[in-house]
Design a protein around this ligand. Structure first.
Ligand code: FMN
Length: 236
């Protein structure tokens, strides 16, 4: 049997991918030869950027001591702020928790399994939704003067804040990778306790805590399977 042809992609990580039998879905099987289509080709993003942002990027569970700089955080925000939100409402707030007293307060509300890695990350961010995002509409949606009043109902506003900030969290996690850093997102914390500790008397509601830094030793768990195209992309 001849060796299976490889992808034409030059990125080493993509070349090293084990040959998977995706041929049934692609209709590319030919006798005993398995053809692996080059999935990177239809994309406008370079294979290197695909690897950095998605294919090789992992969720980190340990970190080195190398600091995350304010310049890196500023550059990440400057990139991801262009991600879309409904009516340009931009409810995400990124609260940096550095080492010291603030970190100790955060550790108290983290789930047991998340406490050590949160203690040891060079920088931690609380990602929160600002439920008073509508106060910025005169700047962020100026062509519609009624935008602020359209969100007078606090319950509807909180729902919109949570939904759109969650979208922005996705942009942020990819932005962290774009800076050459690893993120360790964690939903395992007591949100009510965190909000009482950090956001009492404010319009912020915590959604996620994220460790940030360069990956340390044994940073990764095993890569878990992703669903296949045919399971996720459906016809309506
Ligand atoms: C919203 C969200 C919440 C998560 N919560 C936790 C958590 O509480 N603790 C944890 O160890 N990992 C948590 N993770 C990490 C995921 O398990 C991890 O990102 C996923 O398995 C993919 O891992 P990979 O990027 O290494 O492939 C969370 C990830 C996300 C996006």
């Amino acid at each position: 049997m001849s060796a299976p042809p490889r992808s034409t992609c030059s990125h080493p990580a993509t070349r090293a991918e084990p040959v998977r039998d995706i041929t049934a879905a692609q209709g590319l099987i030919e006798s005993s030869t398995v053809v692996v289509p080059d999935m990177t080709n239809p994309l406008a993003l370079s294979p290197e950027a695909q690897a950095l942002l998605f294919r090789d990027a992992r969720t980190a569970n340990t970190f080195t001591d190398e600091p995350v700089t304010d310049d890196q955080i500023a550059a990440i925000y400057d990139l991801v702020r262009y991600g879309p939100t409904a009516m340009n409402n931009q409810p995400l707030r990124i609260v940096l928790v550095r080492e010291g007293e603030a970190r100790e307060r955060l550790l108290k509300v983290m789930a047991d399994g998340n406490r050590d890695k949160t203690a040891n990350a060079p920088l931690v961010a609380i990602l929160a939704a600002d439920t008073d995002f509508h106060e910025h509409f005169h700047r962020t949606f100026p062509h519609f003067p009624g935008a602020r009043d359209a969100f007078a109902d606090p319950a509807a506003r909180e729902q919109a804040a949570r939904f759109n900030a969650t979208l922005q969290i996705g942009y942020f996690l990819i932005g962290v990778r774009a800076a050459g850093l690893a993120a360790g997102p964690m939903g395992g914390f007591d949100a009510d306790a965190l909000d009482a500790e950090f956001f009492a008397g404010t319009s912020l509601k915590s959604l996620l805590v994220v460790n940030l830094g360069q990956p340390g030793e044994n940073a990764w768990y095993d890569r878990l399977p992703r669903l296949e195209h045919s399971e996720v992309v459906l016809e309506g």
